[in-house]
Design a binder for this molecule. Structure first.
Ligand SMILES: Nc1ncnc2c1ncn2[C@@H]1O[C@H](COP(=O)(O)OP(=O)(O)OP(=O)(O)O)[C@@H](O)[C@H]1O
Ligand SMILES: [Mg+2]
Length: 283
């Protein structure tokens, strides 16, 4: 156990969010989305972020990804400062890859070409190398049959799995996912979960995953971070002490039910505050 944790730490991916505040448009409408938020996410952790709608979860993810600046505080990846007072916006980098909710595959490229695209444009691999590695990775993910198809020819679930492979070909330290399975039916979602857990068991990449689905959060996560209503900060951490590899049998266990209840109670309390404050909708 000790040995495995040391290897994970060496591979990197520890995220430290230190007293981060984000105010949108400080001179104008002045929306405080994140307020003095601190979180420590271990290397190789599956970190699930839940909280009321509009509380500031995406804002936090975007700051880690480098899509926008923070107002105060610091974010570190391992010991590297991503953003802080001297550099309000993190640079975008291949060490942190975002998987978008609405998909972002190029429709005019085959799935293999999509997977190989990143390393080729970054110049980190030749076309031949990227295609060879892409093929291996698609095969490992059970997707070799669709490698030569176009995104429009496969299901949305299949496309989403390819997006994860596409993210991983860059060997990121952190995978950032913003409600990636939100619009999916329960069966497709369960296939997505199994496939993501398989990928995780192989790569042990740090996963920062935003969701409104508390069962999804407990099923996938090592820890579930419940955020307060806006402005967002950490309210509670639920430790998910369910051993891996996990399968769907745990969904009917008492331990699983109690953990979902624990998270639900905390989110509900915050959602109620948001509702009373007139925010958009409940979680
Ligand atoms: N570019 C922006 N300018 C001004 N306000 C913004 C901007 N982006 C987001 N906000 C506001 O910041 C707050 C947090 O938004 P954010 O999208 O981070 O919440 P969220 O927790 O991801 O919500 P959801 O669960 O609905 O996805 C909201 O009140 C939102 O309206
Ligand atoms: Mg969001």
């Amino acid at each position: 156990m000790q040995k495995e944790e040391t290897a994970r730490d060496a591979a990197g991916g520890r995220l430290s969010i230190r007293n981060v505040t984000k105010i949108y448009d400080p001179e104008g409408v002045n929306v405080m989305a994140v307020d003095d938020c601190s979180m420590d996410i271990a290397a190789g952790e599956v970190c699930m972020i839940v909280g009321p709608s509009g509380c500031g979860k995406t804002t936090l993810l975007n700051a880690i990804a480098g899509f926008h600046s923070i107002t105060t505080g610091e974010i570190y990846l391992d010991d590297q400062l991503l953003c802080g007072p001297s550099k309000p916006q993190a640079s975008m980098g291949a060490d942190r890859i975002v998987v978008f909710q609405h998909g972002a595959l190029f429709p005019w490229k085959t799935l293999l070409e999509n997977v190989a695209y990143g390393p080729i444009v970054q110049g980190s691999m030749t076309k031949e190398q990227a295609h060879a590695l892409g093929k291996v990775m698609l095969e490992e993910a059970g997707l070799s049959d669709v490698a030569d198809k176009y995104p429009g020819e496969v299901s949305s679930g299949m496309a989403r799995r390819v997006e994860i492979v596409r993210a991983l070909i860059n060997s990121p330290k952190v995978l950032l996912l913003d409600e990636p399975y939100r619009a999916m039916d329960a069966l497709t979602k369960s296939i997505m979960h199994e496939s993501l857990l398989e990928v995780y068991d192989r790569t042990k990449v740090t996963i920062f995953f935003i969701t409104h689905d508390l069962e999804e959060a407990i099923f996938l996560g090592d820890r579930v971070y419940v955020m307060t209503t806006r402005p967002c900060k950490l309210k509670k951490v639920v430790d998910v002490n369910i051993p891996r590899p996990r399968d769907y049998k745990i969904l009917s266990s008492e331990q699983f039910r109690l953990l979902v209840e624990e998270a639900k109670e905390a989110v509900h309390e915050e959602a109620l505050k948001a509702f009373q404050a007139g925010e958009r909708e409940l979680a």
